[in-house]
Design a protein around this ligand. Structure first.
Ligand SMILES: C[S@@+](CC[C@H](N)C(=O)[O-])C[C@H]1O[C@@H](n2cnc3c(N)ncnc32)[C@H](O)[C@@H]1O
Length: 241
């Protein structure tokens, strides 16, 4: 299904995957894991939720839009949905929009996420609704207060053509040294420009060029302690014009 706010997606290509320790996906195309080997679910809470002031900011919002660069296994989407269900108020709505060049197959998503019993319900719902051949824009109403959109194709191309505005961003490309397109000055600028004033971003990455690109866009960038002993992560706020 497509949506008028989105450009036509592409991205019906698979990227080669290897599996480490049985259930840890590893991209052989990019030479990187999809999340930290310690505990990707807890990393998501530390980096992406807390880095964006969530779940606290959900208290004040009737509608909240999260953008994500890199849907991968859907771990961040499932953990965010789990926490959203615990904290949301009646009648409020969350739209989680993720940009993904190589959408995974449902059975791979299932294999990766089954390691976390905490998100069993979310994994089962996501994989049951996930299309057999994901391409274009995958739109899933996870429940009556939660919509997931996965925009398949190159993130810069699709975000450049998108008219959506976001309250928070999860910047989750592979390591900047291996996936520089996901951290480019042009893409970071587009992330900034599609963020509402007072909106935010968070990322596990702390590479110098990523930080400089984010500062150059106009974000107020802060360094924080990273997850599981990682020295730093970055988060920031879009200032009023
Ligand atoms: C670190 S993984 C994301 C992990 C994910 N957030 C999760 O919860 O599992 C990075 C993702 O970025 C995607 N990616 C890499 N280059 C891209 C590009 N140019 N446009 C869109 N997605 C891209 C990869 O296919 C991969 O799924």
């Amino acid at each position: 299904m497509t949506h008028s706010n989105y450009p036509p997606g592409t991205g019906d290509t698979q990227a080669p995957l290897a599996w480490h320790d049985g259930d840890m996906p590893f991209s052989t195309a990019f030479g990187d894991h999809f999340y930290c080997q310690t505990d990707g679910r807890l990393e998501c809470g530390h980096v992406f939720l807390a880095g964006n002031g969530l779940p606290g900011r959900w208290n004040d919002a009737e509608r909240f839009a999260i953008g994500e660069l890199g849907f991968g296994t859907g771990l961040n989407a499932c953990e965010t949905w789990r926490q959203w269900k615990q904290h949301r108020k009646p009648g409020t709505r969350l739209h989680f929009v993720s940009f993904e060049l190589f959408p995974m197959m449902a059975e791979d998503i299932d294999r990766a996420l089954a390691r976390w019993p905490e998100i069993d319900t979310e994994r089962q719902a996501l994989t049951a609704l996930w299309p057999k051949h994901p391409s274009g824009v995958v739109e899933i109403d996870l429940d009556e207060q939660t919509r997931l959109s996965v925009v398949c194709g190159d993130a810069l191309e699709n975000l450049s053509a998108s008219a959506l505005a976001f309250d928070a961003w999860y910047l989750d490309g592979f390591a900047p040294s291996r996936n520089s397109a996901m951290w480019s000055a042009d893409l970071m600028q587009r992330v900034h420009d599609t963020t509402r004033e007072g909106g935010s971003f968070a990322t596990y990455a702390a590479a110098g060029f990523v930080r400089r690109n984010l500062i150059a866009t106009g974000f107020d960038v802060e360094r924080r302690p990273g997850f599981a002993g990682k020295r730093e992560m970055l988060c920031g706020i879009r200032q009023p014009a």
